[in-house]
Write a protein that binds this ligand. Structure first.
Ligand code: UDP
Length: 492
């Protein structure tokens, strides 16, 4: 009867969960967190995304489609105090930082989001908060109202394990040569790295040491961690994280698959440039399967001109077709990095994208057979999901750990030979030479030896597992269901 229906409806509403999603404004964190929001909403959870004003404009386009299809997904904005900390008006995102002195100002502004966030919590009293790692104070703020907080780090569990291990055991301490390899002890696999690849905040004091300390403390006090990976990708590390480090984690990825209609990507593109990307996909349609290498260094890394010149020459010398996404440090220097006559010679052979590239769609295209990456975690996971082997070129943050995961654990890629850190704003000179670039590309794209075939086979299999993980009864799907059930139980 309609009375029973109404009672059931009221009962359901009473138990409907309300989640706050609070993403950091860096593409590598923002994109997967919006996909987390969509994931919650798709399971009938009332979802509120906390956004800064300019991001909210693009975001509302992104979620419009979801709202129209009936999902309960909304935005609350809090202002970003850019001017207050001495940043140009309208600064909201790390991509907008162009000089090193802007970094501490940016993080100061981020810490000032604490109060307005707490106000929103007080007003709306959600049942659960999922907040980015860069807001360690969110745990305390949520606890004031008895709300549990989940953390999103943006990285995989393997990185967490390596990082914690380096921090505690300091295996690099007795090493004097920065380039000498050492073994990271007590991990499920033999992981080798060099001192020059270890994050500064672990080796000594850095601008981030205090923040990293707070992040670790907040992890101890939080409900657990949501991870953009899937159990079959790093089972030994997922177990180690839980058993040896005692942290609860739910692996719910690959999150890029949550966005299978690519609405996020399309909204992102509308914001930046449209024609170029469409032409990139059309261009790929004219290419043979696995014949094109996709070269991209993420949303933040801007390389100096002489490094770009090395890449251009390296790509040309490899003789392979390529799509290369270029993000530059200095826009006045516009085209000076391209060798004489490069674009004419590369006509039909190579495509340069200067704006936002539809990366997930490019990687998924059958013509793409290799990915030269800066090892940002989203990029690697997108590469894995598409079944594309990689050439690793880490630059900063946890990217060196990711390189070890790709080359030493999963064995689905080879190193270009980047030995040391290259900041995302203050970039060093050309640290990787054209010979290394062209050799790595030729080896990956033209060599059909056993080792290469095995690598391709392994990444294809992982890609299939990735897609299975998010299907009903797949590991990520099941872990996410378990989390929601648990949260519902504690609401009752
Ligand atoms: N991305 C994109 N187009 C671009 C550059 C980046 O779609 O031109 C996306 C990419 O697919 C990934 C994210 O931006 O989802 C970058 O995250 P990642 O962790 O790889 O690196 P970061 O940018 O954080 O260094």
């Amino acid at each position: 009867s309609s009375h029973t229906n109404l009672t059931t409806f009221i009962e359901e509403m009473k138990h409907q969960l309300h989640v706050f999603i609070f993403p950091a404004t860096a593409q590598g964190h923002w994109i997967p967190m919006i996909n987390i929001a969509k994931l919650f909403a798709a399971r009938g959870v009332k979802t509120t995304i906390i956004s800064t004003p300019l991001h909210a404009i693009t975001l509302s386009k992104t979620i419009n489609h979801d709202r129209l299809s009936g999902l309960d997904i909304n935005i609350q904005t809090i202002p970003f105090p850019a001017v207050e900390v001495g940043l140009p008006e309208g600064t909201e995102s790390v991509n907008q930082l162009i000089s090193p002195d802007m970094i501490p100002k940016f993080f100061l502004a981020v810490s000032m989001l604490h109060q307005p966030f707490e106000k929103l919590l007080e007003e709306y009293r959600p049942d659960i908060v999922v907040a980015d790692m860069f807001f360690p104070w969110a745990t305390e703020a949520a606890a004031k109202f008895g709300i549990p907080r989940l953390i999103f780090h943006g990285i995989n569990i393997f990185c967490q394990c390596v990082d914690e291990n380096l921090r505690i055991n300091k295996p690099f301490e007795s090493i004097t040569d920065d380039k000498e390899s050492f073994l990271v002890p007590d991990l499920p696999d033999k992981i080798e790295m060099t001192k020059s690849q270890v994050p500064q905040h672990i080796i000594g004091d850095s601008m981030f040491s205090a923040l990293m300390e707070k992040i670790r403390e907040s992890e101890q006090k939080s409900y657990g961690v949501l991870v953009n990976s899937f159990y079959e990708l790093e089972p030994a590390y997922a177990d180690h994280y839980k058993n040896a480090m005692g942290i609860r984690a739910w692996q719910i990825g690959p999150l890029s698959l949550q966005n299978s209609d690519s609405t996020l990507d399309k909204a992102e593109r509308r914001n930046e440039s449209t024609t170029e990307e469409h032409s990139a996909l059309k261009w790929l349609d004219s290419k043979k399967p696995n014949s094109v290498i996709y070269v991209s260094f993420g949303s933040m890394s801007k390389l100096p001109n002489d490094q770009l010149t090395e890449i251009a020459t390296g790509l040309e010398d490899s003789g392979c077709s390529f799509i290369w996404v270029v993000r530059k440090t200095n826009s006045e220097e516009e085209e000076k990095f391209l060798p004489e006559g490069f674009e004419e010679r590369m006509e039909g052979k190579g495509l340069i994208i200067r704006e936002w590239a539809p990366q997930v769609l490019i990687l998924d295209h059958p013509a793409v057979g290799g990915f030269m990456t800066h090892c940002g975690w989203n990029s690697i996971l997108e590469g894995i999901t598409a079944g594309v082997p990689m050439i690793t070129w880490p630059m900063f943050a946890e990217q060196f750990y990711n390189e070890k995961l790709v080359t030493q654990v999963l064995k689905i890629g080879s190193q270009v030979g980047a030995g040391e850190w290259n900041g995302w704003i203050e970039t060093a000179n050309a640290s990787v030479k054209k010979e290394h670039i062209s050799k790595a590309v030729t080896q990956l794209m033209s060599d059909d030896g056993e080792e290469n075939k095995d690598m391709r086979k392994r990444v294809t299999e992982l890609g299939e597992k990735a897609k299975r993980a998010v299907k009903e009864d797949g590991s990520s799907y099941v872990q996410f269901t378990a989390l929601i059930e648990e949260l519902k139980m504690s609401k009752k």
